[in-house]
Design a protein around this ligand. Sequence first.
Ligand code: SF4
Length: 457
Amino acid sequence: MDKSNKVGFISLGCPKALVDSEKIITWLRAEGYETVNSYDEAGVVIVNTCGFINTALEESLEAVAEALAENGRVIVTGCLGAKQDAAGKNLVKSVHPKVLAVSGPDSVQEVMDAVHKYLPKPHEPFIDLTPPVGLKLTPKHYAYLKISEGCGHKCTFCIIPELRGPLQSYPIGQVLDDAERLFQSGVKELMVISQDTGAYGLDIRYRTGFWGGRPVKSNVLGLVQQLGRLAQRYGAWVRLHYIYPYPHIDDLIPLMTDGFEGGVVPYLDIPFQHAHPDVLRRMKRPANGEKHLERIQQWRRICPDLTIRSSFIAGFPGETEEEFQYLLDFLKEAQLDRVGCFAYSPVEGAAANDLPGALPEEVREERRGRLMELQETVSYGRMQQKIGRTLRVIVDETVRGGAVARSTADAPEIDGVVYVQKPKGSRRKLSPGDFIDVEVLDADAHDLWGEWIPSAR
Ligand code: SF4
């Protein structure tokens, strides 16, 4: 079997890692390499790893072990590749000395150098086989747009800044070019991602960049305004993820008030992590629950349809029962739409591990359970309010008699879906990426059920 241009690829981790994988695969294809799905066919296997929490780290090490056992020629990249062991040596190399090369996140060039070394470049690159937008690992109608690398914060539970380095914003012209290429290729929903979308441009002092010959400010407001206009032009949605709760996020809310028409959907993914001021201080996170509450109320006054997704950590070191209750009270009051919660898990190398008052795993898990139980009730109440309304949704998948779709309140993979049935006798066809209007007939705490209203389209 000729394996001379065949590369196996395993992509683990978050959407940011997925974007790195897309870039590497695009380069491989541009240079004439073929990606294959079996270890047997591959001349070399690339594993893009995650090392954020210990379970992800173990999963990544296992994936490398499997690739070594099944193929033997393995290149490792991604967050785990940047981690060191207790002796200060590269962790992957210590555990798996047989790997060919190891690099950290956002290391397309290093990965390509390793591929060139261990599977020399095919003679005739089929550059024309690569679409101008690059290769995507998501369905054709949605895509992630990564706007920066690294993070400038020092949250004590997190080691991302060590793994991915300080904030490095991509030039605004390049980001908008990427966005336009994605829209031109048929993308109907663009998810803006980074470690901290609100910080965009801080590292380059918000300098003025250029796009299409016009000056554009490199800050989150300038970026989202331009993305909204582009989305309007191409009849698409833009969704914002991973926003750190800065005061200037208030400026984004008016851009969301036109719903679908404005291009930017009324949705904020804003990980508050906790509400009690003392816990937030120990986490080195901003503000406190009361300030968050005021701002949430103000945002909802301006944009009543705003969906807020957030994530929290239960059982952070030193969290008292009273502090945890404060968080539960905050959740009752804030009425967030979508919530995820992790029981605190000590990440190797994180400053929080040295804080006093580590809680036993049973307590952390029990608090996580209580929080999710409360949120289930809140989410259910929020979802019930949608019954009887007509919502614009984007179709993800067609099924017999209808479709599985998402409203502006639903990001792919992490939120709920809308199960849509066609009206009786309707023969009109739907396709992924179609925007349709749906009357909501039923809801649980996560998903909606409704009927397509073709006439409202
Ligand atoms: S904002 Fe905090 S949690 Fe998020 S990546 Fe940066 S340091 Fe980690």
